[in-house]
Ligand binder design. Structure first.
Ligand SMILES: Nc1ncnc2c1ncn2[C@@H]1O[C@H](COP(=O)(O)OP(=O)(O)OP(=O)(O)O)[C@@H](O)[C@H]1O
Length: 340
């Protein structure tokens, strides 16, 4: 059974429209006008147990609306959802024990009481056996280095400390699926790294399935082998991160450090006959851009055999740039969904 199965899922909101001016306001008093906003437009996907999948898209693309339907907070307008075999909005009570949820912007901890008290309350909510709770809590506290925070009230915690506590709270009942909505938003790089390592560990050791929305593409690079990309309520890409980079990267770049001074003319002559583009970096370094369909080794061998090189740096494809380019231009197949 897949962890998550979504078929032709749609969500529409009926939004009240405010008409302009005094006349409009008066008209609104008597008869409200409504518009229908379709946030999620008949999307389908399936996530197997144990996968970490990134769910990305620009603001307003429909990510949070999907997560809210997957966690049973919102009822779909049409379509079908199964999460571990449950229909989230229908089987809410039993279903809640199957999943953990962290919304980066919202807390599920009680603000004024010690963190450990929140955890104890959650143990009761989820009806976790005392011995299991203790074992699980010890493991989580150790991995996330939370020992000294346990007796502090949540309002006295920094954002990074609170986020680590939120993760513990979401995982105390050992759910097999974890939904994360912007889990690293606003955190410094040290806490981000710690959280990413922690998520990899629970996925590896407990096989936890993770669906993650984020605007931080380094989260995706560090964690996800697969990405689903949304645009205006449609899935425009669903596939591997590597294929995404391959398909969309326009080319690769290599910086050569030469042992002597070089000119644009000289470096161009090194790759004569190849459709590459050179730029001069400084007196003794030049960068070559290689189109995606060309072999990097063809360029390397030509340059290395014709000039003295002291260093070579191949510049990695930057996921951030690729994704921004896709957002900017849209996919050629936008709206139909493509599978990588
Ligand atoms: N409760 C609601 N009532 C009316 N419209 C809504 C509601 N929730 C979301 N929308 C609309 O649905 C669309 C998708 O919103 P959603 O919050 O799912 O996007 P998102 O991809 O999560 O964006 P962000 O990255 O900004 O969180 C937007 O046009 C939004 O205005």
């Amino acid at each position: 059974m897949p962890a998550i199965e979504v078929t032709r899922l749609r969500k529409q909101f009926n939004v009240q429209r405010n008409r302009e001016g005094l006349k409009g306001a008066l008209l609104d008093l008597f008869k409200r006008e409504h518009t229908l906003v379709t946030a999620v437009k008949d999307i389908s996907f399936s996530i197997p147990q144990g996968e970490i999948c990134g769910y990305i898209g620009e603001n307003g693309a429909g990510k949070s609306t999907t997560i809210k339907m997957l966690t049973g907070i919102l009822v779909p307008t049409s379509g079908d959802i199964r999460v571990n075999g449950f229909v989230p909005h229908r089987d809410r009570e039993r279903f809640a024990r199957e999943i953990g949820v962290v919304f980066g912007q919202r807390s599920q901890l009680w603000w004024d009481i010690g963190v450990i008290e929140s955890f104890r309350l959650l143990r009761k909510v989820y009806r976790v056996d005392e011995a299991d709770f203790k074992r699980r809590l010890d493991e989580l506290i150790e991995t996330l280095d939370l020992g000294e925070l346990l007796n502090r009230p949540v309002r006295k915690l920094s954002l990074g400390q609170r986020m680590r506590c939120e993760l513990v709270a979401a995982l105390l009942h050992q759910p097999s699926i974890l939904f994360l909505d912007e889990p690293t938003i606003g955190l410094d790089i040290i806490v981000k790294t710690q959280i990413r390592e922690f998520l990899r560990k629970i996925n590896r050791e407990h096989g936890t399935t993770i669906l993650l929305t984020t605007h931080d593409l380094q989260d995706i690079d560090a964690l996800c082998s697969r990405v689903i990309m949304l645009d205006d309520g449609h899935i425009i890409y669903d596939g591997g991160l590597d294929e995404l980079k391959d398909r969309w990267s326009k080319g690769r770049e290599i910086v050569f450090q030469f042992t002597d001074a070089v000119s644009l003319e000289r470096v161009r002559s090194l790759t004569e006959g190849l459709d590459v583009r050179w730029t001069i970096e400084n007196e003794m370094a030049a960068k070559v851009w290689i189109p995606r369909e060309m072999n990097v080794s063809d360029v390397l061998s030509k340059v290395v055999s014709r000039a003295e090189i002291s260093d070579i740096k191949i510049l990695e494809t930057n996921t951030d740039e690729i994704v921004r380019e896709i957002y900017r231009t849209g996919s050629p197949e936008a709206g139909e969904g493509i599978r990588g």
